[in-house]
Design a protein around this ligand. Structure first.
Ligand code: GLU
Length: 474
């Protein structure tokens, strides 16, 4: 998808993955929704890598996420922001919160915190650090401490979520969040607020597992006097059985879908429909999705993965794809399966493509459907194929071969008519010819109807294979 060169409105969205693994389809859909929303409003779509967790964030995961996004064709409108590199800015804002009384230094050790928390729990109270209401001495200040956000007590926090509606929390239930750890490292909720603010993010569209964070983050926005973004929390993707998506449902990572032979435009189409609807439209282009996408169409219920639907969407986009591209893709699948192929094979695949592509729902199926095109001469016929050519079938194939040898116009429609005329002349139904011709021409590999097989193979190879088969029946 292309990006408009200059934004004409203020909408800014972002995709903010934590680089701890590959790009999952849930993340991919979040990225897509943010991308589409920005396109719809002629705004900007940004990417922020949330790499503050140094132990879990890896360079490979960063690469995997960008590879996944670029395979999907989702490109940010600006350089990506790496959250870890902004830690000084996060600390600066934490200091502002300290100065304005919206944060406090907490000198409890982890053990002390644990003990007081247990005690509060046993007494049926919420834990509050004693340092919330205690001024540190100059001496204290040199000791290790965390910085906690001083949430307002006894206040309702309402988030007007664009998908979930108004969601309400009691501030007392939210805890005084640690915003700086004792080593000075900023924590997630502070970093997200500061980055979203500084990046000018107007709409935070993300999975509803972050809904509680929206309440915490809203309080931080309010304390800083910053305008909250519009939050839109989208329900997670579930497996076909309605359970939360997990490994047992099969592929989760975007690259696995690529390996299963789905086209990126089909994934975009399918993922856009997963949790969002525009009337009954199932098949639509990127341009249509960008023109239609809005948060009103996002459902509140989790959406279920449906592999049949995905295959249907993919088949649609394969039919529309360039033969050139499909031939290259099929070649890649054959190569990945260890078949030694050369440039002439790509040409053969390209030639066959119009006659086979509607028989496949994925690129892997397309490769299966083109095995017959690539087989070298002479085809080694197995027992079954030889059986189809036994007795009078071979004589008939001989006559078919002679007739086709005189036939000049190697066009699929003309071939169809010619085969029909041949069957009539032989005084048999086509059922008496088809299996033997298929055996001779393909050796029994998956293949389309005979006219299409002939058109796929071309004149020379078709006649050659018929000759080879006849040789083997002698
Ligand atoms: N980094 C978070 C995640 O990968 C997303 C945070 C956000 O979108 O605000 O789940």
């Amino acid at each position: 998808m292309t990006s408009p060169s200059a934004p004409t409105s203020a909408v800014v969205t972002r995709f903010a993955p934590s680089p701890t693994g590959s790009l999952h389809i849930g993340g991919a859909r979040t990225a897509l929704f943010n991308h589409l929303f920005a396109r719809r409003h002629n705004g900007r779509f940004l990417v922020r890598v949330e790499d503050t967790d140094r132990e879990r964030s890896t360079d490979e995961a960063v690469k995997a996420i960008f590879d996944g996004l670029s395979w999907l064709g989702l490109f940010a409108d600006d350089e990506p922001v790496f959250q870890f590199s902004r830690a000084d800015r996060h600390r600066e804002v934490a200091n502002t919160l300290l100065e304005t009384g919206h944060a406090y230094r907490d000198f409890l050790s982890a053990d002390e915190t644990g003990a007081l928390r247990d005690q509060a729990k046993a007494e049926g109270r919420d834990f509050v650090s004693p340092w919330r209401d205690r001024d540190p001495t100059v001496d204290d200040l040199s000791k290790p401490h965390t910085v906690r956000f001083r949430r307002p007590l006894d206040q309702a926090v309402v988030v007007e979520d664009a998908v979930q509606g108004a969601v309400r929390w009691e501030s007392s239930a939210l805890d005084d969040l640690v915003i700086l750890r004792s080593d000075g490292a900023p924590t997630y909720n502070l970093a997200v607020v500061v980055d979203d603010h500084d990046m000018g993010v107007t709409h935070v569209i993300r999975g509803d597992d972050h809904l509680n964070n929206a309440a915490r983050q809203s309080l931080i926005y309010d304390a800083l006097g910053w305008t909250r973004p519009v939050f839109a929390h989208i329900p997670l993707i579930h497996g076909p059985d309605g359970a939360k998506l997990s490994k047992r449902h099969g592929a989760q990572a975007v690259h696995e879908y690529a390996e299963m032979g789905y086209l990126p435009e089909a994934m975009r189409n399918y993922l856009a429909r997963l949790g969002w609807a525009h009337g009954d439209d199932e098949l639509f282009s990127d341009e249509q999705a960008a023109a239609w996408f809005d948060l009103d169409g996002v459902g509140k219920a989790p959406s279920r993965l449906d592999f049949d639907k995905l295959a249907h969407v993919n088949a649609h986009w394969m039919r529309l794809a360039d033969d050139d591209r499909l031939a290259k893709a099929a070649l890649d699948v054959h190569l990945s399966r260890g078949h030694a192929l050369g440039p002439e094979d790509e040409a053969r695949l390209l030639h066959a493509m119009p006659f086979v592509k509607d028989r496949a729902k994925t690129l892997l199926e397309l490769a299966d459907q083109t095995v017959f095109v690539l087989k070298p001469r002479p085809l080694a016929l197995d027992e079954k194929a030889l059986g189809q050519l036994a007795g009078e079938a071979a004589d008939r194939i001989g006559r078919l071969r002679d007739r086709l040898a005189l036939f000049q116009s190697w066009d699929v429609f003309a071939l169809e008519a010619e085969l029909k005329a041949f069957a009539e002349e032989e005084g048999v139904g086509f059922g008496k010819i088809g299996p033997a011709a298929r055996a001779a021409l393909t050796g029994g590999s998956p293949s389309p109807d005979i006219a299409r097989i002939l058109a796929s193979l071309g004149r020379e190879i078709s006649l050659g294979r018929l000759d080879d088969a006849l040789q083997q029946t002698k």
